[in-house]
Design a protein around this ligand. Structure first.
Ligand code: NAP
Ligand code: 3JM
Length: 340
């Protein structure tokens, strides 16, 4: 089997580390792994298949002989450096929002629009974490019953905002537990816009002029691009004091009527989805138990009788796995399968 030289730009971040885990876990045929990060990480090592590999400095010249470059060092770094990886002959799979809505760049979730991956000009974009876990569930429902409109509220974990946000939650919790006082007198870290321990806020990414946050607009725009559709999608994105896994309450207006049992049946046969729905036994997806696993878990499947053809779903998935690293590696797997 052919093996590939794979670079991970942002290898010391929460997504980059998970990318290296998933490359190992999935048995991706890696000839050489090249972990790249900033000067802050020089001297650090990553573990891959029992070996320790030195982190190197990410730069324009990092990509000689690299076949696949997985980027997760933020949108501005992707914009600046990804073109150099393409110039060196590699394919970039970019986890940031830098290129997602660019017409020349496919935005791919392998369970939904695998065919788009092959239309790339060197860069393929990985969607936003909240979008990915939602579209793997929406697609099979849309194919069967047609979706008109989606209203979604998210409950997003701190790891979605990177390792410093995770550190902020831990240090706030340390302080709060020490003082047995739920409100910090003074904020300890300044990565997230407010205290997150014992709190939540409807604010992810920056606000736009129309009152939505960019995260909310990403969910609407990316969903339609991936599904080649024109659905009404309206989101409220909320940061919650959870470490890993995003949760979503999704209200769907269908074109045709469907019973909750029919939706359950469709989702039970959908790839990348696992139905977990038995309220009599208190069974529904939860972030604590989704963390570390691959599927988009769905529960609380029920009718919304306040509208015609309304359905409610509760969807939970590990934002670092399917929401980021796993989806990126699955895109790479599509590309190498085509070459075999
Ligand atoms: P993180 O934990 O803060 O890690 C950031 C990574 O980028 C680190 O490896 C860091 O290296 C590196 N980096 C930062 N500035 C750099 C520079 N100037 N030069 C080289 N490397 C640099 O963040 P994360 O959560 O892993 O996310 C990283 C990015 O991935 C996000 O900004 C976002 O664009 C994207 N992301 C996408 C999704 C998704 O929805 N698919 C989810 C989460 C994140 P050092 O350790 O050396 O600083
Ligand atoms: C920058 O906070 C989250 O869970 C969203 C993930 C994220 C993104 C993204 O993927 O859209 C965090 C930080 C970005 C970005 O714009 O690239």
């Amino acid at each position: 089997m052919k093996e590939y030289n794979v670079a991970v730009a942002g290898a010391t971040g929460v997504v980059g580390r998970e990318m290296i885990n998933v490359l190992e876990e999935s048995g991706f045929p890696v000839k050489k792994l090249l972990p790249l990060a900033s000067e802050r990480s020089l001297g650090k090592e990553v573990n891959f298949k029992g070996n320790k590999i030195k982190v190197e400095l990410l730069g324009e010249d990092s990509f000689k002989d690299i076949d696949i470059a997985l980027f997760s060092a933020g949108a501005s770094i992707s914009k600046k450096i990804a073109p150099f990886a393409v110039q060196s002959g590699g394919v970039v799979i970019d986890n940031s929002s830098a290129f997602r809505m660019d017409k020349e760049v496919p935005l791919v979730v392998p369970e939904v629009n695998p065919q788009d991956a092959f239309k790339h000009n060197g860069i393929i974009a990985n969607p936003n974490c909240s979008t990915i876990q939602m579209v793997v569930v929406l697609k099979p429902i849309h194919d069967m019953f047609g979706i008109k409109r989606v209203i979604v509220s998210t409950y997003q974990s701190v790891s979605g905002w990177g390792k410093e946000a995770v550190d902020q939650l831990w240090s706030e919790l340390d302080e709060i537990v020490k003082n047995r006082q739920p409100l910090l007198k003074e904020r300890v870290e300044k990565v997230l816009p407010h205290q997150i321990a014992f709190n939540l806020f409807p604010h992810i990414d920056i606000f736009t002029d129309d009152g939505y946050t960019k995260e909310e607009l990403k969910m609407a725009n990316e969903t339609n691009k991936i599904m080649h559709a024109d659905l009404g999608v309206s989101a409220t994105c909320v940061r919650v004091p959870v470490l890993i896994s995003h949760s979503e309450a999704i209200n769907i207006e269908l074109n045709k009527s469907a019973t909750p049992e029919q939706i359950k049946e469709v989702l039970s046969n959908a790839s990348g989805v696992k139905v977990m729905d038995d309220v009599a036994e208190n069974i529904y997806p939860m972030p604590l138990y989704a963390a570390g696993y691959n599927p988009s878990y769905v529960g609380r499947i029920r009718k919304d009788s306040t509208i015609d053809n309304g359905i409610w779903l509760w969807v939970v998935s590990d934002n670092l796995k399917k929401g980021a690293a796993l989806n990126a590696v699955q895109i790479a797997e599509l590309l190498i399968k085509e070459k075999q």
